[in-house]
Design a protein around this ligand. Sequence first.
Ligand code: HEM
Length: 505
Amino acid sequence: METLKDFGFFLFSSPTTVLGVGLLLIILYLVTVGSSRETGKEPPGPKPLPLLGNLLQLDLQRPYKTLCELSKKYGSVFTVYFGPKKVVVLAGYRTVREALVGYADEFGEREIAPIFADVTKHSGVLFSNGETWREMRRFALSTLRDFGMGKRGAEEKILEECGHLIKVFESYKGKPFNTSRPTNNAASNIISSIVFGSRFEYDDPRFRDLVSRVIENIKIGGSAGIQLYNTFPRLVGWIKSRQVMLKNGEKTIRDMKKLMQKLKETLNPQTCRGLVDCFLVRKQKEEDSCVKDTQFTEKNLLYTVANLFAAGTDTTSASLRWSLLLMAKYPHIQDQVQEELTRVVGNREVHVEDRKNLPYTDAVVHEIQRFGNVIPMSVPHKTSRDVTFQGYFIKEGTTVIPLLASVLYDESEWESPHTFNPSHFLDKEGRFIKRDAFLPFSAGRRVCLGEGLAKMSLFLFFTSLLQRFRFMPPPGVSEDDLDLTPAVGFTIPPSPHELCAISRQ
Ligand code: HEM
């Protein structure tokens, strides 16, 4: 809010600035709204104000909510202006799928907002396009597969981490605690063991710093201040939240460099311990054979690793927190999960193989992801060329938001979209059923690269924890009091809360 106040003060500080701003408004209005009207029928949308666009109509804390509302009025393809920036929103399962899968070439590029261009410099896999993205994505996917995504290797690593997480939960001895830190640590360690080949102790200061900076950057990345910077980068580059993000980014890269130096010194090309080793071996090979314009550079390595931490920590941990909160909120559903786990698995360790024999639990895990809706606006895309989609003209380079919230809560796809209801994923006989509109990982060319790993982690964490603990509200708090309002941000975990993990053994 401070940033917005400062900005308002700057705008109206003298007659010359007022005049200057007025002129700028008119020019921007003509450039952003006027010009593109000539090229064809544009997606409809609320009328924008000069400079401010539709900012005054948007709930800046939870923009996905306003966008879902707007889609009811303007349809499944519509235009909104975030300040002078034009954004096309895709809403509802059919439209999102048609665009991302059917028009993958046109809608498959990443929009790189100014803050992410500053922090990642178009390197790595999350905020890059073209050859860099193609090579980094191919490499990351194939090494994740080699390190057992969907196979034994990752399962062992996740189960080991479950053991550590369980110990932390036990240490609270049934007293209320905030689940954020332990779940962030556990999710981050899964990435760490796949990327570096080893996990960190939870009290290792390097690890604590790494995790807290990753989480802080994601949180600030979704704040009103950063949205303002992304809208007016030239005007508000000085804001504090941007400086914090840049510093966090620099420190993370510095730490990563140190960790990688250790791996370089002990590298054995015959036995890669993790993704970094594989990258270093590949980098050496490309250098030895003088490959021109190689993407296997130190910069791409650092940012790809940082991206995997950023993309994989908060998302997995937020989903896990939703799972525990929802179980405490709906004890009858928790009862059924625990009954099924006791009947099918008993006291032995749960494995991925058990999933097919745990239809109810599987349905609950899916419903947690649907209802949790942790990335409601996906990660923005942009059009790679001019495209006519569902009769509307969208210019090359237009920012596109695939509104995943409108897919996961699509009223024409889900029987009771606004209720936590595992039956969405069960047939009449109680068998698990897949649902097309289940797209928490998005779809198409940019679909989440860690989908397999995230699904495996969620399933194993959730079942291992529910085997051992009963999750309950703190004493004096009723199930009805447990608040399901999501937090504010780019990813949306539950609002801060405490739970009790009561041992079942
Ligand atoms: C429950 C957990 C997760 C959810 C809900 C999730 C969801 C998403 C979504 C919605 C996107 C944007 C897709 C698009 O642009 O259309 C994405 C991208 C991405 N995710 Fe995940 N994700 C999760 C876990 C992970 C994990 C564990 C990793 C790391 C191994 C990961 C790595 C990535 C990367 C690298 C991208 C960028 C892909 C690209 O631009 O090509 N995610 N994820």
